[in-house]
Design a protein around this ligand. Structure first.
Ligand code: PGD
Length: 801
């Protein structure tokens, strides 16, 4: 790799500073800071939806939901408390021993030492010097800036994209590929369907489902809680209403889920308490039973798919000696064979929509549940018909299944990374712990690079990654870790240099999402809090120190970037026949509603109509029930067709020491770890800790009562949670929502707050997808008898001057 692009020195650094002078000569921004009134209210958008925020004397005081939102989430009310919370990082900080010893400071002490406040120039000089030092001695392949995370809504101030852009423009970096949401699925689907449209949409509209579907099977449920949020923001929460309308129109829902979520009740779904991680076996048995009934749609299979004969032989047991009968699946899933048989009978005579959640592929061999969904839908032969077929996943976020236009407002551009090196994003700990070791991913063989510097903005790996004790050991390896964050999250606490970032309410942006019809001018409401700065400005000043300010900013400031991306979006949307106002008119009005997309849209409808003209972008042009490409990779954990694998940990083979399956789905009261430090999530805590849902049988067997502090443990770690005894969870299964800020007590060796990733295994879904497999985890639990320590993570860490 060529690191010379950023080999710079003090002189170049000064040259770069002159470029800063040039920036001062740029045309005046459209919205100068000095114009910000201290008492006013503004409309803005967020991952949680749009709202009007009131400001009094420079402080946020109240929230009013956006008038056109039919179902706003109460989480937006968190904003005033959240933005002014005591966990805001007030100024740049450096870990004490790192400041003294730099790269020879003990990495294992990250998170255990006080911070020393420094001024911005000192902090940015330190960061730039570290980047230069590492680049000169080890090359840019020693820098990891994959920087995965949800960050905040807003097309321009997207912390992760800007970070990638900064490192691309200053010489390159090792990147992370994919995501934690559907990392396995997004690698699989291009092989099977030729694209990822089945995830990101458009999918068959809810209105079409309401009109045509008889039965909708929710594999993995379809929790409304997930529909409270949408990547990039939303103007109207529509999912819950659309589902209710479908129910009122006569759609019958079946929820296959170890947990009874709110959605299932609202739409009167039949709740089938499946054993976790076994949906693939159920789908295979349903497909086999449809074949046995003589109702497999051979005409569809022959015309629109490839590989059916091999899969048919697998289903019947001809190829492996195991027929995938209802009895076979019953043993695995815990669902009665009669019920499976009856369901196969019913769905093969009804218009059936298979809705499989993203969470199902977030498990050991998670690829298989999605491939089996496509297989079952192909056997039923309704793909491309109104109300039939499949989709992943209708309620994983708001807006899926709503008609939207094709194009969206773009964001800041990442730029080409000159270091063409990346790891599957969820393999970060493997990379740090085993540099030089080989790994396989989607048919590629590679080795892990040796990382010495990490830069993170907009994500919280000490919430989102699995096996946090292992991550702690991995995190100790790099010489320097820099984190840009508004709050003292567990990740910020484990940095060497912490740079305080603004929140969306402290800057101007454009709110837009591919799943929403509303565009918002996200106007700055308040001044940046304490010494917080925009990620863009932080990175621009760092680029300046490396002589690359112009390359990073393209000589645009915030206001010029917003105009630029609006104009690019405006041109693109014109090709859809959508006329956007010019930027000034949009900014003045504050919100714009795009026209509705095709109200009759059916996913793969065009392919069904004409499979030649609309051939899929797979090698065969067809749906690949057997993929020669995947088979050619020769992975024993992901062969050429959908296959049942017993998960590495599951209730079918649970040892006595860990008899419970832990599910860690997305929370009701925050977004991942965002807002854990806000009122709603704090109110939901039990005994000050993250709640655990426990079936009354399991609670009784262990003498646990509602409200008790419970210790959950296995060989990987221990955590304290608060008992919520409820029959909304299947016996043998417990649920702790992901996202509580980990609060590791070093003396006790326990996370005293309840982040489930403390106990979850860190391994990829398979060598194909290498995705996050967090839903595969066995644990034990007992009442915690000792006095439980008070939570510390919602206070700032120790700071010394
Ligand atoms: P967030 O809590 O959204 O989680 O993991 P992710 O890291 O995305 O973190 C975003 C961070 O960005 C927050 O710390 C927030 O404060 C910060 N931030 C917000 N705005 C800004 C900004 O403007 N600038 C900067 N610099 N920072 C900002 C989510 C990941 O978790 C995902 S997507 C999934 S699907 C996974 N799900 C699970 C799961 O189901 N179960 C388990 N056990 N674990 C999971 N982890 C994964």
């Amino acid at each position: 790799m060529n690191g010379s692009a950023i080999r710079t020195n003090r002189r170049q650094f000064l040259k770069g500073t002159t470029a800063m002078g040039l920036a001062a000569m740029l045309p005046l921004p459209a919205f100068a800071r000095s114009a910000l009134p201290s008492t006013h209210s503004v409309l803005t958008s967020s991952h949680w939806g749009a709202f009007e925020i009131a400001v009094k004397n420079g402080r946020l005081t109240g929230v009013t939901p956006f008038a056109a939102d039919p179902k706003p989430t109460p989480m937006i009310n968190n904003f005033p408390a959240l933005v002014h919370d005591k966990t805001r990082i007030t100024q740049p900080m450096v870990r004490q021993s790192w400041l003294q010893n730099r790269e020879s400071a003990d990495g294992m002490m990250r998170g255990q030492e006080p911070f020393v406040p420094v001024d911005w120039d000192t902090a940015l000089d330190l960061v730039a010097e570290e980047q230069m030092r590492i680049t000169e001695s080890h090359g840019r392949e020693a820098i990891f800036a994959g920087s995965y995370g949800w960050a905040s809504a807003g097309r321009f101030h997207a912390a992760d994209t800007l970070t990638n852009r900064y490192f691309a423009k200053t010489g390159g970096y090792v990147d992370g590929i994919g995501n934690y949401s559907y990392g396995a699925g997004m690698v699989l689907l291009p092989h099977i369907l030729g694209s990822n449209q089945a995830i990101s949409g458009p999918l068959t509209n809810w209105s079409v489902i309401a009109e045509h579907t008889d039965v909708a099977i929710l594999f993995g449920g379809a929790a409304f809680k997930n529909g409270q949020i949408s990547w990039g923001g939303t103007g109207a929460h529509t999912t819950e209403i659309a589902m209710q309308q479908a129910r009122e129109a006569g759609v019958e829902f079946i929820a296959i889920n170890p947990v009874l979520e709110d959605d299932a009740q609202t739409v009167d779904a039949e709740w089938i308490q499946i054993r976790p991680n076994t949906d693939t076996a159920l789908m295979l048995a349903l497909a086999q039973e449809v074949v046995t009934l003589g109702r497999a749609d051979e005409a569809f299979l022959n015309r629109y798919t490839v590989g059916w004969p091999a899969v048919r032989d697998y289903l019947s047991g001809q190829s492996d000696g195991v027929a995938k009968t209802p009895e076979w699946a019953s043993e695995i899933t815990g669902i009665s064979a009669d019920w499976i048989r009856a369901l196969a009978n019913r769905i093969s005579q009804s218009r059936t929509m298979l809705m499989t959640s993203w969470s199902l592929q977030r498990a050991d061999h998670g690829e298989q549940s999605w491939w089996a969904t496509i297989l079952l839908a192909s056997v039923l032969g309704q793909i491309g018909l109104p109300g039939g077929g499949f989709g992943f996943s209708y309620t994983s976020t708001n807006g899926i299944g709503m008609p939207v236009t094709r194009h969206a407002i773009p964001g800041a551009v990442r730029g080409r990374n000159p270091v063409r090196r990346a790891i599957p994003v969820a393999r970060i700990a493997d990379m740090l712990l085993a540099p030089g070791e080989p790994f396989q991913f989607n048919g590629e063989d590679d080795v892990y690079p040796e990382i010495r510097y990490i830069h993170w903005a907009g994500g919280n790996p000490f919430h989102h990654h699995q096996d946090l004790q292992r991550l702690t050991r991995a995190w100790a390896v790099p010489e320097t870790i820099v984190v840009q964050e508004p709050w003292w999250t567990p990740t910020a606490r484990r940095a060497d240099i912490v740079l305080p970032a603004t929140t969306t309410l402290e800057r101007n942006d454009i709110g837009a999402s591919i799943r929403d019809r509303w565009l918002f001018a996200m106007k700055q409401a308040i001044e940046p809090q304490a010494q917080a700065r925009n990620d863009f400005d932080i990175l621009a000043d760092l680029a300046d120190r490396l002589g690359q300010r112009s390359a990073f900013t393209e000589d645009r400031d915030e206001s010029q970037w917003l105009r630029h991306i609006w104009e690019v979006g405006r041109e693109r949307m014109a090709t859809d026949g959508v006329e956007l106002p010019d930027f000034d008119a949009f900014w003045e009005t504050g919100a714009f509603e795009l026209p509705e997309g095709d109200p009759d849209f059916v996913f793969l409808g065009d392919y069904r109509e004409d499979p030649e003209a609309f051939a899929l972008r797979t090698p065969s042009g067809r749906i690949e029930l057997f993929s020669e490409t995947i088979a050619s990779f020769d992975y024993d954990d992901c062969p050429g067709h959908a296959t049942w694998f017993a998960p590495r940990e599951w209730l079918g083979a649970a040892p006595d020491e860990t008899p419970l399956h832990l599910i860690s789905s997305h929370p009701k009261w925050r977004l991942h770890s965002q807002m854990d430090n806000a009122p709603l999530a704090k109110q939901a805590k039990i005994a000050g800790r993250e709640p655990i849902m426990i079936n009354p049988q399991d609670a009784k067997a262990r003498g646990i009562s509602a409200g008790d502090v419970v210790e959950v443990y296995n060989e990987r770690g221990r955590m304290l949670v608060g008992a919520n005894v409820t029959d909304r969870v299947r016996p043998g299964v417990v649920v702790v929502y992901e996202g509580a800020w980990v609060d590791h007590d070093n003396e006790l060796g326990i996370d005293i707050h309840g982040n489930p990733n403390t106990v979850i295994h860190d391994a990829g879904t398979s060598r194909l997808g290498q995705g996050c497999a967090a839903q595969t985890c066995l644990v034990a639990m007992r009442r915690y008898e000792a006095p439980a320590p008070a939570i510390t993570v919602h206070d700032p860490p120790a700071i010394v001057t």
